[in-house]
Design a protein around this ligand. Structure first.
Ligand SMILES: NC(=O)c1ccc[n+]([C@@H]2O[C@H](COP(=O)([O-])OP(=O)(O)OC[C@H]3O[C@@H](n4cnc5c(N)ncnc54)[C@H](O)[C@@H]3O)[C@@H](O)[C@H]2O)c1
Length: 352
């Protein structure tokens, strides 16, 4: 069996989930890894038994044997690295967000079309078993017309610092880091409507809070406390199918505890996907709540990545239609750009 040969650009935290998932597939071999931090790339290569190590992805991409690449760098490198990989004839799985903004994301899609290579965006939560179950029910018409949705991902103290809080490298704070997943899920579940308008506020009030005792948080690799991104944001987002989404997110906010929620309201039934999957419907003349059983074992970050990477490899090896085409990443960047633009201007932004 001819193996799919994979390379990884950016060997920080999330690249481990990509590597672990690739390693589980018998038809895949990770042959190269690249990071601007040489020591980190070498350590990663040793851990996953990867032969070739680079500090410059352009050099790595000269390797003809590479079929596919995972781009798991800081957000500002997603577009240049993906474009270079596509132009070198590689298929690309690029982490979320697809790019820093809509313009970059559109350029990536253009290059993917020109080269005929696959560009998949890493909306990994689409591969969660709760997402799959709810999508299945929605596609079967269980909710009817979805006209309103609410989603939020709030942290009390969760600014990862380092590149995450440096706008030049991240593009923004919790909106582009956490919001991108939640807004994508709402679009994905409700049939991928297109955004028409956004009214938003962002706040930079509480800061990075580096000195809290008694609790642990995720620190980015190469941590520092530079911070010029938003702490929290709220937005009202309207779509061309008539649906309105209320969205909020924070990294740092004076709330009781962290929370994650996603709710969709249809004219036949309502659904909550986070924190638990529940359906609210009328059955036999009663208001009824349904709680579909999902194997708790499958509720993990690792499981979602395994499913995502499996799908990417399937698309590359068998030409399976991609569930996460880069065009969906562009649609998300349109919304995120509009959130930041509306917050800066104080006005509603009409999106075309
Ligand atoms: N899908 C998810 O749920 C999820 C979760 C976390 C992070 N992410 C995304 O994954 C990406 C990486 O996040 P992370 O938490 O692993 O960050 P990280 O800081 O741990 O790792 C990023 C790595 O990229 C390297 N890098 C930067 N510029 C580079 C370049 N030009 N060439 C090669 N390597 C370069 C850095 O040195 C670092 O080692 C981000 O885009 C983030 O949004 C996705």
């Amino acid at each position: 069996m001819e193996k799919i040969k994979v390379a990884i650009i950016g060997t920080g935290s999330i690249s481990n989930f990509h590597a672990l998932a690739y390693k589980k597939l018998p038809n895949v071999e990770i042959i190269a890894a690249c990071d601007i931090n040489k020591e980190r790339a070498e350590e990663f290569a040793q851990k996953y038994d990867i032969k070739h190590v680079f500090t410059d992805y352009n050099e790595m991409l000269k390797m003809e044997e590479i079929d596919a690449v995972s781009v798991t760098t800081w957000n500002n490198v997603h577009a240049p690295a993906s474009i270079a990989a596509l132009k070198a004839g590689k298929n690309v799985l690029c982490e979320k967000p697809l790019a820093l903004n809509r313009k970059e994301a559109e350029e990536m899609v253009k290059v993917a079309k020109e080269t005929g290579k696959l560009l998949m965006v890493g909306f990994v939560r689409r591969f969660g078993e709760n997402t799959k179950a709810l999508k299945h029910m929605i596609d079967a018409g269980e909710l009817g017309e979805i006209y309103y949705a609410k989603t939020g991902c709030l942290r009390r103290w969760g600014n990862p610092g380092g590149w995450f809080s440096d706008k030049k490298r991240s593009g923004g704070g919790p909106v582009i880091d956490l919001g991108v997943h939640m807004i994508d899920l709402v679009r994905y579940l409700s049939g991928k409507p297109k955004v028409t308008s956004v009214t938003a506020s962002t706040f930079n009030k509480v800061g990075i809070k580096p000195e809290i005792k008694g609790v642990t948080k995720y620190y980015s690799k190469d941590y520092d406390t530079f911070n010029d991104v938003e702490d929290c944001a709220t937005a009202l987002i309207k779509f061309d199918n008539g649906m309105t989404l209320f969205f909020e997110t924070s990294w740092v906010q004076n709330i009781k505890k962290d929370s994650l929620y996603l709710e969709l309201y249809g004219d036949k039934a309502g659904a909550q996907m986070e924190p638990t999957l529940e359906i609210y419907e009328d059955k036999n003349g009663y208001l009824s709540n349904l709680e579909p059983m999902i194997d708790p074992e499958s509720y993990s970050f690792g499981h979602n990545f395994d499913e995502e990477i499996n799908h990417f490899v399937d698309c590359v090896s068998s030409g399976t239609e991609c569930l996460n085409p880069a065009e969906d990443g562009v649609e998300l960047m349109k919304i995120l750009d509009a959130i930041y633009e509306s917050a800066a201007s104080g006005h509603e932004v009409i999106v075309k």
